[in-house]
Design a protein around this ligand. Sequence first.
Ligand code: HEC
Ligand code: HEC
Ligand code: HEC
Ligand code: HEC
Length: 239
Amino acid sequence: MKHPITYLLAVLATVAFFSGTAIADTYEGRAKCSSCHKSQAKAWKDTAHAKAMESLKPGTRKEAKVKAKLDPEKDYTQDKDCVGCHVDGFGKKGGYTIETAKKPLAAVGCESCHGPGKNYRGDHRKAGQAFESKGTTTQRKVVADKGQDFHFEEACAACHLNYEGSPWKGAKAPYTPFTPAVDPKYTFNFDKMVKDVKAMHEHYKLDGTFVGEPKFKYHDEFQASAKEKTGDKKDKGKE
Ligand code: HEC
Ligand code: HEC
Ligand code: HEC
Ligand code: HEC
């Protein structure tokens, strides 16, 4: 018979496993986020991330592809060694698949950075309503516990630092062909890149619905220079 402690540990592990799957992170695609966050969605469309699928088409980015020893005339849009980092949630629950190729999951969208949204987006609605009606704030921890990412670094690293010899410990194939060895401009520096307007959507002023930790380290800095949002769903019908 198993030692009682071993048995207890096994039971605890099983409980942890099942409570883990009960809130399993599921991707839904950017349409869900964009219907409320219209300002960010519009700004995102102009970013490099929004065009990530274009780069996999034949005849695009020829010079960069040749330099990385890729075939500039090849269609890479259905290549499993490529699409993983050019779409949302590849190989994960609800994420992009080559067979179904859903448009709201193609390109690097909201959930690639903010985390798969199925479990937390409902809380955004609730939090927004509570704030609007009674001024009640919601702790960020509530949505962080349901998979919303407030740190971003690991999320970026999974695509940008995924190559052989990378300083990032999680690196595993398929790797990005665009590494600092190909060109030093592909060196990923989080603190610099997270402020790069070519790739990041613009920031818009929040009402302050969510409070507390975990708060992103540049949150206050971004909010200090944020624009007024326009046409977001929450504002509709106010006039
Ligand atoms: C799902 C993978 C993925 C994630 C997650 C991701 N990126 Fe990217 N990123 C890309 C791809 C692919 C491109 C290239 C898009 C193109 O040009 O086709 C890119 C481009 C960029 C660029 C533009 C680089 C240039 O050449 O000017 C910056 C800056 C950048 N990302 C920063 C970030 C930051 C910061 C994060 C995290 C907050 C992040 N990315 C998260 C895949 C990702
Ligand atoms: C591990 C993630 C990952 C994989 C796998 C991946 N890419 Fe990317 N790709 C990126 C990132 C990150 C960038 C942005 C690099 C930067 O500009 O700093 C990028 C950028 C690109 C670019 C734009 C480069 C430029 O300078 O304009 C092209 C083209 C591209 N990828 C094609 C491909 C092709 C083709 C494959 C498959 C053979 C592939 N990628 C596989 C992550 C990946
Ligand atoms: C490449 C990563 C990345 C992608 C893709 C991305 N975001 Fe963001 N987003 C960020 C970062 C970083 C912040 C700053 C977080 C903070 O200040 O707390 C942010 C902030 C926000 C905010 C807070 C207010 C603001 O404007 O700063 C909202 C709302 C938001 N994003 C929605 C979206 C939506 C909707 C999409 C998809 C259409 C999206 N994001 C795509 C990285 C990303
Ligand atoms: C039903 C509308 C709705 C949906 C759907 C929704 N949100 Fe929100 N979200 C809100 C409201 C309301 C706030 C609070 C805005 C404020 O304080 O100004 C918010 C806040 C945020 C913030 C800021 C958090 C902070 O640190 O203060 C981010 C980031 C964000 N949402 C991203 C997303 C992403 C990504 C999705 C899709 C997975 C999404 N939201 C879906 C309504 C929504």
